[in-house]
Design a binder for this molecule. Structure first.
Ligand code: BGC
Length: 805
């Protein structure tokens, strides 16, 4: 098995949606699903192209209400290329007599190949070989190369190459009752015999999208000029070429497409730039050469190497992790450094969650922090640009500071839907997920982690600190003092576990004192207070002036940070358990076995119970890790500090006890859940860690939720699995100006090698179960501090150190 390849050896219509998502190619500016070039959207195929940050809003009447949704727009389809032989039917995978089929995603080169052989009418055999790329070198370009061999016949062939702007967003079945026509056609024209272009505009956000494409033909090395018939339909343009195919003389067709939008920098207007880009473009081979070079450089930074005692296991793990890294880079490549975009939870790979940006960044950023932090910096600036909108949202809700939305897209308005469809019952139900205020802890945590890894003081001074301070202010205003408890409380929120949005007997949504939210709020307040010592004095006082921050306000933050309430209850053995929220212990235990027997797959218990006229709010059931998120984000030392600071006692055993308690009560309805569970268990249960890790690995390749991956990859779970190797098994923690290492390789894993960047140093890490070797590349950087086994060492540039464990 080649761990750099993802291969499929037959065409399987049921699997097509999944493969399209997994074979998506992208470069951070745009991405294109791995659909068949000749296909248009139907029950099997869903070709789609998504441009980062290209959103549009539409209204729909649903259940007597007008709702508005903002979606990442499916752009015109540049890929369309189909053919027919001697006036027969246009080639169609589902109807053709396929003799062999091979589809391969080359993970190293980010090139998708499809080779197929089929028998046409009169027993004629034809072979097609197609390669495509979305250029990492030139972010506006994509290319498709097609070779057609007539094996045992000669005759006429027609090729249609089109740009199709007659497109709607129809990638997610349960959104199909919602309006989905985002594009208005402006132009669709033929420019020359080999070039056409079109322009559309999104009908609310008024983003103009232009595409131009050239289609050129070769017989051997000889270019052949063909005169097309031009077909123009509403919003689309196609060139129809006719030529002769000789037996065993392949015809080569290259389609090069360019995409520009009115959001781009350094352009005159998108149409002109798109036409110019394709007119001047190199051939497929030349484009591929540069594209592969760029990917080679990226892999040098992002790759890793493991040795497992089971060689097959090793290959499979490396293959899936590399696939994950590929898709993450394709979603947020170095090209995002110059864009105003975030990380859509489902990548640029499908339409689930409408391309929105959630707290999933929390799982994605650690990978980029330690490999290419410039990318995280750009993504954090997406949040900074929406700080004013977050301030407005806080004010509108009666709070101070900045309240970031649970779902974010174009301008940072709250994009969570008010109603969502339960496909199981057909009911439209109130959606209270916007109450997940913990997104604000995630934004602050991400700022802090980025700073810890990079020590980028300029970023912290000018962007990060302002976000942190405003978020701290929000938490302080959300907290209220409870006389009876003599502590601060946070009321009417939702934690990460989306199964619980209200108390069973209450009409009003929200829960009180979600432990994760309360503790992370305290964590944010403490970090905001730390800024007093970290920021240059002048900058700190400037911020205090501009944000109108007083000593009294800091004093209040300090007081809240010492007196926040954290609910506890006891398990059957009388041990303390951190309650997911206040009152959790009153909820009924759930009949897990009964429901498993009845339904088999109970990952989406919320849908099952709603369809039964019941609600998860009544039970001790979690969709995903909630309390356990604390052990995921904070080391036991940090959690100890936090709880002690709050005057609660903490003993290490609390961690495994809570893990056991909540794992028994979690259905893993979110792919993030398995990542967190593997992570927290990996530290507590070395023998079991590998099994859990491999379970988390399968989330997308095996589409373990049964149908969600075709609607888009799960960027959080993909990054989380890579980060299990990167930070969890290595025990990497960046805290207090020290890079802590605390390796704990799971049973079976013999060694682990990776390169990371920490404070401008390039570090090579090699770990076995008994030894850690660290080397730094020569550079002009200051020494860094490495913490191993409780001791701190200074490491200079160019140094190599070995530590026995
Ligand atoms: C999860 C959230 C997540 C969202 C987007 C939901 O199913 O419950 O935690 O942010 O998906 O990935």
């Amino acid at each position: 098995m080649d761990s750099w390849k993802l291969e499929y050896r037959c065409f399987n219509p049921q699997q097509q949606g999944l493969r399209e998502a997994l074979c998506t190619l992208g470069n951070g500016y745009f991405a294109c699903r791995g659909a068949a070039p000749e296909a248009t959207a139907d029950d099997v195929h869903y070709p789609a192209t998504y441009i980062a940050g290209c959103y549009n809003r539409l209204q729909t009447e649903i259940a007597g209400e007008t709702i508005e949704n903002e979606s990442l727009v499916n752009a015109p389809n540049w890929l369309l290329l189909s053919f027919r032989i001697e006036g027969g039917d246009w080639f169609n995978l589902s109807e053709a007599d396929i003799l062999s089929y091979h589809q391969q995603l080359d993970i190293k080169q980010a090139i998708l190949t499809r080779t197929l052989r089929f028998r046409g009418p009169a027993g004629r055999h034809t072979c097609i070989e197609q390669r495509r790329l979305v250029s990492m070198d030139q972010p506006h370009l994509a290319a498709l190369q097609t070779l057609i061999y007539a094996e045992d016949w000669s005759g006429a062939i027609e090729i249609r190459s089109a740009l199709d702007g007659h497109i709607v967003n129809a990638g997610v079945e349960r959104y199909r009752d919602l309006n989905n026509l985002h594009l208005k056609s402006l132009t669709a024209e033929s420019v020359t015999d080999d070039m056409c272009w079109l322009e559309v505009e999104t009908n609310q956000s008024h983003i103009r999208i232009a595409q131009a494409a050239t289609t050129r033909f070769w017989r051997g090395d000889k270019v052949i000029g063909l005169k097309p018939r031009v077909d123009r339909l509403e919003g689309s343009i196609s060139h129809l070429y006719k030529t002769e195919l000789d037996a065993n003389q392949p015809l080569r067709i290259e389609k090069i497409a360019a995409i520009y939008t009115s959001r781009d920098h350094a352009i005159s207007e998108p149409g002109l730039e798109a036409r110019k880009a394709v007119a001047q473009s190199a051939t497929f081979e030349q484009l591929a050469g540069r594209h592969i070079l760029l990917w080679k450089q990226l892999w040098r930074r992002f790759d890793f190497d493991i040795v497992h005692e089971d060689a097959e296991e090793e290959d499979r793990t490396e293959q899936i992790l590399r696939l994950h890294i590929l898709h993450l880079i394709q979603t947020t490549s170095p090209h995002v450094m110059d864009l105003d975009v975030g990380v859509p939870a489902r990548g640029l790979h499908g339409e689930a969650y409408r391309g929105h940006i959630f707290w999933d960044e929390l799982f994605v950023f650690p990978l980029f922090n330690l490999r290419m932090p410039e990318i995280t910096r750009a993504l954090l600036r997406y949040r900074y640009r929406r700080l004013d909108e977050a301030r407005r949202a806080a004010r509108k809700a009666g709070y101070h500071g900045a309240m970031y939305p649970w779902q974010s897209a174009s301008n940072g308005r709250e994009e969570s839907q008010h109603l969502h469809l339960n496909p199981k019952s057909g009911n439209w139900i109130a959606d209270n997920s916007h109450l997940q205020r913990h997104i604000n802890a995630a934004v602050a945590y991400n700022v802090w982690q980025y700073y810890q890894v990079t020590r980028d003081m300029e970023f912290l001074s000018f962007y990060g600190a302002e976000m942190l301070l405003e978020i701290a202010r929000f938490w302080a205003s959300l907290a209220s003092y409870n006389e009876e408890l003599a502590r601060f409380v946070i009321l009417r929120v939702m934690g990460p576990d989306e199964y619980h949005d209200a108390y069973p007997d209450k009409d009003q949504p929200g829960l009180n004192n979600n432990a994760y939210t309360n503790l992370m709020a305290v964590w944010v307040l403490l970090r905001a207070l730390d800024l007093r010592e970290i920021l240059p004095t002048q900058r700190f006082s400037e911020l205090c002036q501009t944000l109108n921050l007083s000593k009294e306000e800091f004093a209040l933050w300090d007081e809240i940070s010492r007196n926040m309430h954290v609910p506890f209850h006891q398990d059957d053995h009388g041990h303390d358990i951190i309650s997911q929220f206040e009152g959790y212990q009153e909820l009924a235990e759930f009949d897990w076995e009964g429901y498993r027997n009845k339904y088999g797959d109970i990952q989406r218990l919320d849908r099952i119970l709603e369809a039964e006229n019941d609600s998860p709010n009544r039970y001790k059931v979690s969709k995903q890790a909630d309390v356990l998120m604390l052990f995921y984000l904070l080391s036991s030392e940090e959690l100890d500090e936090l709880l002690t600071h709050l005057g609660y006692s903490f003993e290490y055993e609390t961690i495994p006890r809570n893990i056991d308690y909540y794992l028994e009560r979690t259905s893993h309805g979110s792919t993030l859940s398995r990542v967190v569970n593997s992570w927290v268990l990996a530290r507590a249960n070395r023998p079991g860690a590998w099994a859990l890790f491999t379970e988390a690995l399968n989330s997308d390749v095996a589409d373990i939720q049964g149908g969600t991956t075709p609607e888009g990859i799960h960027t959080g779970a993909m990054a989380g699995t890579v980060d299990l190797i990167q930070r969890c098994f290595t025990g990497i923690e960046t805290r207090g100006d020290v890079l802590w290492l605390n390796p704990s390789l799971p049973e079976g894993l013999k060694s682990l090698n990776l390169n990371i960047r920490y404070r401008q140093h390039v570090l090579g890490l090699q770990m076995t179960t008994t030894c850690v070797r660290i080397c730094t590349e020569p550079s002009a950087e200051q020494p860094i501090q490495i913490g191993i086994g409780g001791k701190i060492y200074h490491l200079k540039q160019g140094e190599v150190r070995e530590f026995q464990l």
